[in-house]
Design a protein around this ligand. Structure first.
Ligand SMILES: Nc1ncnc2c1ncn2[C@@H]1O[C@H](COP(=O)(O)OP(=O)(O)O)[C@@H](O)[C@H]1O
Ligand SMILES: [Mg+2]
Length: 536
């Protein structure tokens, strides 16, 4: 196991303070126990109710005070040539910016002595949510401790299932095939959460079988949602629900099989991710929702706003938790919608004490180093707030620019939304409608966005319905409704024209047009389309 080796290496290299961020104290402790045996170190454990323990027995003073515990540990560290790992379970509560600075000082002193007096000891802090404050920033090393992987999840579920197999009053009907499905459903949860979910499934009807699969998956979704940062997005839309954006769709379709094991064997590197920028209401979020089902991968939406709200723990540790969960559930798509909302302070004077810069740094480093198959699907309506590092070549596989829809794209979008109303398309002149929603009607460079086209269709339907209610003989949706309602629309493109011209100028230099490739770029009136053209 990679993380076991990495923790052992830190200990051997005498890193003074390690912080292992995890909700799974027990699992981490088990690992540390194994490591301490392998390295022949004594393992001391402190928590705030039991004091310092060795081999399960309380030794020394039974203290809830971290300073007293650290004093005690230091005397142990000084003993002869002893090798020790001192594990602290509740220390994070004493080490926040708002707690008494004496605790941070005491820990720093201990770290200093470990380095300079040559103690063969390390401190390990286990914390679900560690706030790295300035005092300790240079002293601590954050160690990654992932959620249980497939093998571990399988072991947890198997041992639960086996323990109930021959119990009277309980029916367990789980074969190897179903077990694998349980594993898929449970991955992304902690050991305790998995056991709780299974116990709940069992208690509800004294039976554990294929009917519990759906509940298990639902439970997981609830639990992930409860972290308040990530959310599973269920969507059964596929890319045919997106009108236009052909270059982008082709790019995505080409990569739809790249997360399969065969792709890896073939030497294909799993795509890292893409950034979709551009005009609001033109299908960026819609594409994210569609790509997950097209690729048959779970879609996790990361709410950048909530990362910064700091309801649970610090912003950085929220970000780390989100990334860790996405990794555990991988192959997965991590959808960071409107990334600029959270990160507008990053790379500049955000006025938040550098928090957004650090959160952003966590994301960038992870994107750089990640090996797990998590595809990052980031969208941004406004590139002004985005730090240049994000846009640098190599962060994302590609940066696409989504502009207002072209004539052909408007036809397609209208077709999609009119079809949704279950109306016969033959009754509508799509060419005429596309013209009505474009430059012919609104003047140069002004056309309706996808969301506005959708709104136009619904307004027209309301118009038709109101005629029906008023007893008109022309009872259903028809072209005339569109012609009436278009006059009530004030296009966003008109109100924010200058903003979009600037955005397009940026896109011409920095992004690829999501809409057209140079071969098929229609020569009509779509001079406004921004972004470089690419060929496949
Ligand atoms: N290209 C498109 N094809 C079909 N519908 C679209 C398209 N663009 C926008 N829409 C409609 O407008 C809604 C809002 O678009 P959205 O994807 O949320 O825009 P944004 O680019 O701001 O993320 C979509 O849910 C969809 O109904
Ligand atoms: Mg959006």
């Amino acid at each position: 196991m990679e993380y076991r080796k990495s923790i052992a290496d830190y200990i051997k290299a005498r890193y003074a303070i390690l912080v292992i961020e995890s909700f799974e104290e027990e699992r981490v402790l088990n690992e540390l126990m194994i490591i301490s045996k392998e390295l022949n170190h004594n393992l001391y454990l402190w928590n705030s109710t039991q004091g310092v323990m060795y081999n399960g027995n309380v030794i020394g003073e039974k203290t809830f005070d971290l300073k007293v515990a650290l004093d005690f540990c230091e005397t142990k560290a000084q003993e002869g040539n002893s090798k020790n790992i001192f594990v602290f379970c509740d220390a994070h509560n004493y080490l926040t910016n708002s707690s008494n600075p004496i605790y941070r000082r005491r820990l720093k002193d201990f770290a200093f002595n470990i380095r300079n007096k040559g103690y063969r000891s390390n401190c390990v802090i286990i914390s679900p949510n560690f706030e790295i404050n300035n005092d300790l920033q240079k002293e601590i090393t954050l160690v990654d401790f992932p959620l249980p992987n497939r093998t571990e999840v399988k072991r947890i579920i198997s041992s639960f299932v086996d323990s109930w197999r021959n119990v009277s009053n309980v029916k367990v009907d789980v074969d190897e095939n179903l077990l694998e499905k349980f594993v898929d459903a449970a991955i992304g949860l902690t050991t305790l959460e998995i056991e709780n979910c299974l116990a709940k499934a069992l208690v509800s009807d004294h039976c554990l079988d294929k009917n519990d699969l759906k509940d298990l998956l639902e439970e997981k979704k609830q639990i992930v949602r409860k972290t308040g940062i990530l959310e599973f997005v269920d969507s059964n839309l596929d890319l045919s629900s997106v009108g236009g954006l052909n270059t982008l769709k082709k790019w995505l379709e080409l990569r739809s099989h790249c997360f399969r094991p065969e792709a890896k064997k073939f030497g294909v590197r799993a795509p890292k991710g893409l950034l979709l920028t551009g005009v609001p209401g033109c299908g960026k979020s819609l594409t994210a929702k569609c790509v997950a089902s097209a690729w048959n991968m779970p879609l996790l939406r990361l709410d950048m706003g909530k990362i910064f709200q700091g309801i649970v723990g610090s912003s950085e540790s929220n970000m780390r938790l989100a990334l860790k969960t996405a990794e555990a559930i991988s192959p997965s798509i991590l959808w960071i919608d409107e990334i600029e909302k959270g990160l507008s302070g990053a790379g500049g004077n955000g006025g938040d004490g550098g928090t957004s810069t650090r959160v952003f740094g966590t994301l960038l480093t992870w994107m750089q180093e990640k090996t797990s198959p998590v595809f990052v699907f980031a969208t941004a309506n406004n590139i002004n707030g985005l730090p240049p590092e994000l846009l640098r070549k190599g962060r994302f596989d590609e940066i696409f620019f989504v502009d207002f829809p072209s004539f052909e794209e408007r036809k397609k979008i209208l077709e999609i939304h009119i079809s949704k109303l279950k109306r016969n398309l033959d009754n509508f002149d799509l060419n005429k409608l596309a013209k009505l929603s474009g430059e012919d009607k609104f003047g140069k460079d002004v056309v309706l966005a996808g969301a506005e086209l959708e709104a136009w269709v619904s307004d027209s339907l309301i118009e038709a319905f109101s005629r029906k209610i008023n007893g008109s003989s022309e009872a259903d949706l028809q072209m005339g409704d569109f012609e009436t309602t278009i006059n009530r629309l004030v296009p966003m493109g008109q109100m924010r024209k200058d903003e979009f011209i600037k955005l397009r100028q940026w896109a011409n230099q920095n992004a690829v047009s999501a809409s057209v490739d140079s071969a098929s770029h229609p020569t009509g009136n779509e001079s406004f389309l921004g972004g470089r053209r690419i060929d496949f």
